[in-house]
Design a protein around this ligand. Structure first.
Ligand code: IPE
Ligand code: IPE
Ligand code: MG
Length: 239
């Protein structure tokens, strides 16, 4: 029997995709390798998936790279991750400029090692006027911390009653649209403190694939699945 292949509709792609990249450690363990190898290969996947999103014309890509809770991991692993991020930025900043990619960060990056936080700041400034794709990385990021920080910043500004729009100006995602689609790899089906304010009406997609094995084909599968959803935002919308 002939089964029609489902096709991706390039006209109804999400504007903002957020990735909770998970499973680097388990991917490596399954191959008898150290967790660090999983992180290294996971970083390759980040590069490839960002390129795939760029080629598809996605406007905003958020990536949860290091949570405010990931400090609980052994120092050696944390340091390895920070080195990887540093390397990623130094190696890719010219590409960001060439491809008109704006680099942004969610999270308190000033608490990271100085060379990394300086590099982050420099790449943010260097790319701030770029507009083809916004690459928004969550690093030392927690959704609850972000909301609390916003409240405290508003208090500091002498604000009393805020509208939703006022409040959003105090979030790291100021001026960014909310994620239309959140993809989490590795089979875990939770948000782990990711974009708690912004996820209110995001479509959630979970796959068992570990992040280093996630590829363009699987991204397309997630997007086809997203395109079948009926986003209602509380209203009544016929299928
Ligand atoms: C995701 O992979 C990357 C980070 C959280 C930094 P993990 O390191 O969480 O991998 P697992 O979940 O232990 O397999
Ligand atoms: C979520 O992954 C954080 C990132 C992807 C950076 P974790 O592996 O830290 O999440 P939990 O601990 O399984 O919830
Ligand atoms: Mg994990």
């Amino acid at each position: 029997m002939f089964i029609k292949k489902e096709e991706l509709n390039l006209n109804t792609l999400p504007k903002h995709i957020a990735f909770i990249i998970d499973g680097n450690g388990r991917w490596a363990k399954k191959r008898g390798m150290p967790r660090s190898f999983g992180h290294k290969m996971g970083m390759q996947t980040v590069k490839k998936i960002v390129t795939d999103c760029y080629d598809l014309g996605i406007k905003v890509v958020s990536i949860f790279a290091f949570s405010a809770e990931n400090w609980k991991r052994p120092k050696k692993e944390v340091d390895y991750l920070f080195n990887l991020f540093y390397e990623y930025l130094t190696k890719n900043k010219s590409l960001f400029l060439e491809k008109n990619i704006q680099f942004r960060v969610m999270g308190d990056y000033t608490k990271l090692p100085k060379d990394l936080s300086d590099e982050i700041e420099s790449v943010i400034n260097l790319t701030k006027n770029n507009s083809k794709l916004i690459l928004n990385i969550g690093i030392n990021y927690g959704g609850q911390d972000e909301i609390l920080r916003a409240v405290n910043l508003a208090i500091k500004d002498g604000k009393e009653l805020l509208t939703k729009e006022d409040f959003e100006n105090y979030l790291f995602t100021k001026n960014l649209s909310n994620p239309d689609l959140i993809i989490r790899t590795s089979g875990e089906e939770r948000l782990s403190n990711f974009m708690l304010w912004q996820c209110a009406y995001s479509e959630l997609y979970f796959t068992k694939t570990y992040w280093p094995s996630f590829n363009k084909k699987q991204l397309e599968k997630a997007l086809i699945n997203y395109q079948k959803r009926n986003r209602k935002f509380g209203a009544i919308k016929e299928e």
